[in-house]
Ligand binder design. Structure first.
Ligand SMILES: Nc1nc2c(ncn2[C@@H]2O[C@H](COP(=O)(O)OP(=O)(O)OP(=O)(O)O)[C@@H](O)[C@H]2O)c(=O)[nH]1
Ligand SMILES: C[S@@+](CC[C@H](N)C(=O)[O-])C[C@H]1O[C@@H](n2cnc3c(N)ncnc32)[C@H](O)[C@@H]1O
Ligand code: SF4
Ligand code: SF4
Length: 341
């Protein structure tokens, strides 16, 4: 086995995010769909989706390059009926996790665990059925809560609740932090709303205010290597005064703040795979997709090498500040005009 491949900025690729479908049973108002556009459309399996064999072959090849983590995502990955089979065949050396809207976890959480899934992230943007329905355009609030319970009960832990912090959810942050601090097996990820792919910059909330508030109320603060994310430990209601706060008497809240953040991008160690079998070096870009063709082992190897070699940090390199302090595409990445233009 080789060591991890690094890009020209010294960023080793140790993880892959595999989108298994772009179909979804929700229609969240903010959805970036991993940079691939709309999730609306037919619910039936799409002929263009990678087969289970393709996904497994891809994972076996990148394992050779020292990739040690895989995240299954989508669209809604649990719409794939062969998900358990894919996870069962995922290389044992990989930490295997999934990001899901949680609707289908009741009834399937145990099978997923048995197949080898280590943990799940579940999107939950509010502790309030009406706000939840308005954001996701779905009435599945109770099912999602049941899904989270099923995931905790079966040991798919820590279960990270993903909450996008934006105009529609700002009023629910405090309640979600309390919820994570007082319930075993849960962590909370507060995700900065990313308007790059979905528009509506007016929905932005200043994430620094959330950092400041958490810094005030937290018992301790840590930094995670991936993306240099900040983690705040919050005491649960019955934590003894002066006790060290950990998962037994409190909860962890992590802030995911990629927007306009060169430090986040400088610590980015993952490559994406679209449901159609394209490699993608950066979530925010659609000009760096590379097809793996028929997905033979050789084609996967070569495309993976090329993708890693061409990765660049989005903020700070692909996007740079102009004289007015605005982010603009770095001239080095603007293609010269061709005769056809
Ligand atoms: N811009 C950008 N956003 C990311 C990146 N990774 C995660 N995010 C954002 O964070 C959201 C939640 O990510 P998850 O799929 O739950 O996983 P994660 O938090 O990255 O990974 P774990 O904490 O290891 O489970 C993503 O959908 C993005 O909105 C990244 O590399 N770049
Ligand atoms: C695209 S979804 C795919 C997996 C699954 N359907 C789910 O919702 O968890 C992955 C994550 O992206 C987050 N997300 C989607 N659009 C976003 C945006 N514009 N800004 C920040 N996060 C976003 C969602 O909250 C979710 O946690
Ligand atoms: S559940 Fe996930 S994929 Fe579906 S619309 Fe919401 S964020 Fe997008
Ligand atoms: S380089 Fe791209 S994928 Fe990586 S953290 Fe930055 S925006 Fe996200």
């Amino acid at each position: 086995m080789n060591g991890p491949l690094a890009d020209g900025f010294g960023r080793e690729v140790t993880g892959v995010r595999v989108s298994l479908t772009d179909r979804c049973n929700f229609d969240c108002v903010y959805c970036h769909n991993e940079g691939l556009g709309d999730t609306r459309g037919p619910m039936e399996p799409d002929d263009n989706e990678m087969t289970a064999d393709d996904v497994v072959r891809f994972l076996e090849v990148v394992e050779e390059f020292g990739v040690e983590k895989v995240k299954f995502t989508g669209g809604e990955p649990m719409l794939r009926q062969d998900l358990e089979a894919i996870i069962r065949r995922t290389p044992d050396s990989m930490e295997t996790s999934m990001t899901t809207n949680g609707t289908f976890l009741p009834g399937r959480a145990e099978d997923l665990r048995e197949a080898g899934l280590d943990r799940v992230n579940v999107s939950q943007d509010a502790i309030d059925p009406e706000a939840f329905a308005a954001i996701t355009k779905s009435g599945a609030y109770e099912q999602v809560l049941e899904g989270v319970e099923a995931a905790v009960a079966t040991g798919l832990t820590p279960v990270k609740l993903n909450m996008v912090v934006f105009k529609h959810t700002a009023g629910y942050v405090e309640g979600m932090v309390e919820h994570a601090a007082n319930n075993d097996g849960l962590q909370l990820q507060l995700i900065e709303y990313m308007p790059e792919l979905t528009g509506h910059p007016e929905w932005n909330i200043d994430i620094q205010r959330v950092h400041d508030w958490l810094a005030d109320i937290s018992a301790r603060v840590e930094h995670r290597e991936m993306h240099d994310r900040t983690r705040y430990w919050i005491a649960g209601d019955d934590a003894a005064p002066g006790a060290r706060i950990d998962a037994s008497n409190g909860g962890m809240v992590e802030i995911v703040d990629p927007v306009e953040n060169p430090t986040f991008c400088a610590n980015c160690h993952r490559v994406r795979v679209t449901h159609e079998g394209y490699l993608k070096g950066c979530l925010n870009r659609n000009d760096d997709l590379r097809s793996m063709g028929e997905m033979s082992r050789d084609a996967i190897r070569e495309t993976f090498r090329e993708t890693v070699a061409n990765r660049v940090p989005f903020y700070g390199e692909y996007m740079v500040r102009d004289d007015n302090d605005e982010w603009v595409v770095n001239d080095a990445y603007v293609s010269p005009p061709t005769a056809a233009d």
